[in-house]
Design a protein around this ligand. Structure first.
Ligand code: P1T
Length: 381
């Protein structure tokens, strides 16, 4: 099955009793048993499994080419579940540009866990390999990264992690499986903030893990069941519905993203545009290799003046774009990473990686590109 068909049918079947084409929202915590330990059907308790969540999890596994999908109450709940595979003494190598909440989870929540985190430039493959030792258990990348749109070469990193028997996880939130399939490129686990493009309509907080290996999938399901960060039935239904139009939406996000990036690149007040589809983007060649069919709808830029106030005034003047955290919905959003999504990263670390105070991130939606560009023009004027 090809991707567009999988987005709609992958892992899906009509409901057994009524023939309902969409899985009903099985809004139930528990399922009757005929005798102790003998449930009427295949379900017992919704923390362990629920038919609506199962339909979503099967769809997730299908679109990412994995063997098991797990749906969580948020992207961070998914990441937290993955981290439970590790113990004191283990080491994790992560990319040096990450969503602020992921960085906060790694550096503050896991501060006293005894797990050591390294944050490195994943494009310096030699430097990265020097950090590997017998305690290294996981490599974690976002590609493209939030908010600087850096890329990591998934296939090249996978070769190294395989050689050293290290797990390799990719946060595929920005690219979506329509554009990029980390498991096919050699990663072991894909993570999503399903709040974003998978859900696609800014109406749900959700997360996902998709795993390539059955044993690891079972182990992570056990941890999910035992800790309980699962996605509820109604939210599972919403994400599943979103996935059915993922390919259509992402095509338009890419078209509009390219137009917005080109407009900004030619604007006299704009200093630098970060969009992997631009030929002058430092990771354009990697993007062409591993993002198939487009470069996404996320565009980040800075001002010639370098002034924080210029970024703030611009954001206040937008009319079609909404100033709000999050991304990946049908509507265009704008964000000031240093004051909003990445405020939990200490200022010196933000500056070190390039999250300056004049940096603005746009999630380009699926409206008419002309209206979006008009809006940017008037806000920049
Ligand atoms: O918000 P949540 O569903 O828990 O997902 C966390 C997360 C993980 N990974 C990436 C790449 C993300 O962008 C996010 C959430 N990001 C935002 C809310 C944001 O505006 O950047």
């Amino acid at each position: 099955m090809k991707f567009n068909t999988k987005a709609i049918h992958g892992g899906q079947h009509h409901e057994k009793v009524t023939g309902a084409v969409m899985p009903p929202v099985f809004q139930t915590s528990t399922f009757a048993q005929v005798s102790p330990g003998q449930p009427v059907g295949e379900y017992e308790y919704s923390r362990a499994a629920n038919p609506t969540r199962q339909a979503l999890e099967d769809a997730l596994a299908s679109i990412e080419n994995g063997v098991r999908g797990l749906a969580f109450a948020s992207g961070l709940a998914a990441t937290d579940c993955l981290l439970r595979l590790f113990k004191a003494g283990d080491e994790i190598i992560a990319m040096d540009d990450l969503y602020g909440g992921t960085y906060r989870l790694f550096t503050r929540l896991y501060k006293d866990s005894g797990i050591k985190f390294h944050f490195v430039d994943m494009n310096d493959l030699e430097g990265f390999q020097k950090l590997i030792n017998e305690n290294t258990k996981l490599v974690w990348v976002e590609t493209p990264t939030n908010p600087l749109m850096k890329l990591a070469d998934i296939a090249a990193i996978a070769q190294i992690t395989k050689k050293h028997n290290i797990l390799f996880a990719v946060d595929n939130t920005f690219a979506t499986p329509y554009l990029q399939k980390p498991l096919d490129l050699g990663a072991d686990i894909v993570m999503h903030s399903a709040t974003k493009y998978l859900g696609g309509h800014s109406d749900v907080i959700a997360g996902a893990l998709v795993i390539k290996d059955k044993t690891l999938g079972d182990e992570l399901h056990f941890k999910q069941f035992a800790t309980g960060g699962t996605l509820g039935p109604m939210d599972s239904f919403l994400v599943l519905r979103g996935i059915k139009t993922l390919h259509l939406r992402v095509q338009r996000h890419c078209e509009n993203g390219e137009k917005v990036a080109e407009f900004l690149q030619n604007h006299p007040k704009v200093e630098r545009v970060y969009y992997p589809g631009l030929e002058n983007h430092p990771f354009h060649e990697i993007a062409k290799k591993q993002m198939i069919g487009g470069f996404g709808g996320m565009v980040t830029f800075t001002f010639k003046s370098g002034a924080k106030q210029d970024a703030i005034s611009f954001l206040e003047k937008l009319k079609v774009f909404t100033l709000a955290e999050s991304l990946g919905g049908v509507e265009s959003l704008a964000n000031h990473p240093a004051l909003m999504t990445h405020a939990s990263i200490p200022e010196d670390k933000r500056k070190e990686v390039g999250i300056t105070d004049d940096l603005v991130r746009l999630s380009v939606g699926v409206e008419d590109a002309e209206d979006l560009i008009e809006d940017l023009k008037q806000a920049l004027a």
